[in-house]
Design a protein around this ligand. Structure first.
Ligand code: FE
Length: 170
């Protein structure tokens, strides 16, 4: 008899606790670019990505492709503003960290903290560090240790993975 009373109370308690704590698990969009993104919060199917992206953006962001050197629209682009992920809109880079590396792709010596993840990439017979958007997992490019001070890093990023927001339009 005691058992039959205990269980409904236990189940009700578990449901209540779940309901209360579930609210704290919701992860809003990264509206504050200095706040680190916790986990990949945006996950779409290939079909959904194809509806949002151009063929080139899909091949690079979702299939880890690389645009031809010196072909991207932001390679020699040095206006003041911010660069966002073309997949999800997260603000990734500031123009004051962009420099002309001569490598044929947009290069930055730093990124906005918490917005990028790094992964070892041994594809194509090379040992590189891939960088992806922390929110949508989109492939951005690679990071190399031949950049300028103060970081000594070169974030070599596909133009197709980025959109640019000019300071003059803010
Ligand atoms: Fe993204």
């Amino acid at each position: 008899m005691t058992r039959s009373i205990k269980y409904p109370i236990l189940i009700t308690s578990i449901l209540l606790v779940s309901l209360i704590t579930s609210k704290s698990f919701g992860q809003p969009a990264n509206t504050n670019p200095t706040k680190p993104i916790q986990g990949q919060t945006m996950q779409l199917t290939d079909e959904q990505w194809k509806e949002r992206l151009t063929n080139e953006q899909f091949n690079i962001l979702r299939k880890k492709g690389t645009e031809r050197a010196f072909s991207g629209m932001y390679d020699e682009h040095f206006d003041a503003g911010t660069y966002t992920c073309a997949g999800c809109g997260t603000v990734l880079f500031q123009s004051d960290t962009k420099y002309n590396s001569g490598c044929g792709w947009p290069a930055f010596f730093n990124f906005i903290p918490g917005t990028i993840n790094e992964h070892r990439d041994t594809s194509h017979g090379m040992n590189r560090t891939e960088v992806t958007c922390a929110k949508c997992g989109g492939h951005l490019g690679h990071v190399f240790e031949d950049g300028p001070r103060p970081t000594g890093l070169r974030y070599c990023i596909n133009s197709a993975s980025l959109n640019f927001v000019s300071d003059s339009t803010k």
